[in-house]
Design a protein around this ligand. Sequence first.
Ligand SMILES: [Fe+2]
Ligand SMILES: [Fe+2]
Length: 275
Amino acid sequence: MGKNSTFNILFLGDIIGRPGRLLVAKYVTEQLASSQPPDLVIANVENAAHGYGVTSKVMHELQTAGVGVFSGGNHTFDKKEIFEIMDRYPTLLRPANYPPGTPGRGTCVVDINGFKFGFLNLLGRVFMEPLQSPFHTADELLPGLISECDAVMVDMHAEATAEKVAMGMYLDGRVAAVVGTHTHVQTADERILQNGTAYITDVGCCGPVNSVIGMDPKTVFRRMVQQLPTRLSIASGPAQLNGVRIEIDRETKKATSITRVMVNDDAFVASDEED
Ligand SMILES: [Fe+2]
Ligand SMILES: [Fe+2]
């Protein structure tokens, strides 16, 4: 597939703290300099600052590395400075199905050399916060986005597998791609659905590999085994990057492929300080 006939997306799963950010910066820099560079790099950044939200420093780091769209989730609002950061980064999103009046935005449109690409961030409701239905929010927001854009992609940030599969099926044929995030574990079900939408239940995460979905096992054991209230801290050590590459045919506007990416890095990264 030639890079000119397709619009190529690299989507990276939840970036977790410094180990995740360093590996993402290295990988994205390499990919953008390669012979088949992605046209757009998107990442879920809800855990990028020491596991909780983003800071100015973190946003600057990731934007400098080449990330163009910053998706969110249930941790987007964890840092107090998020409101001011959202004003400065128009492609930093929070889930669109928060109540009316919530600061920030759940959609964005980027123009990459004349190709207009729309993005929608949704949050699931099963075992999560009781927000407005992500299905109804998609129905409300997608017609405008689809009419304005060459292609539209959705990040369905959700806990339950079935809710994400349902969203993929519900939007099949309406958008180019639906990807799931939040569980931090990559699923092996990537495929093009019957009506042409690229889909994966969970992209996974970019973060410390010797961890419980990014967190230091010692702190997790205190919470899960001893059942004591514990502030989780993120793990140190080598990191793994999880993502997907999606190709969209520039003529038909449909996805032609979705491919999982998993990269391991042996470098030890300490992550014992706040970002
Ligand atoms: Fe996450
Ligand atoms: Fe999450």
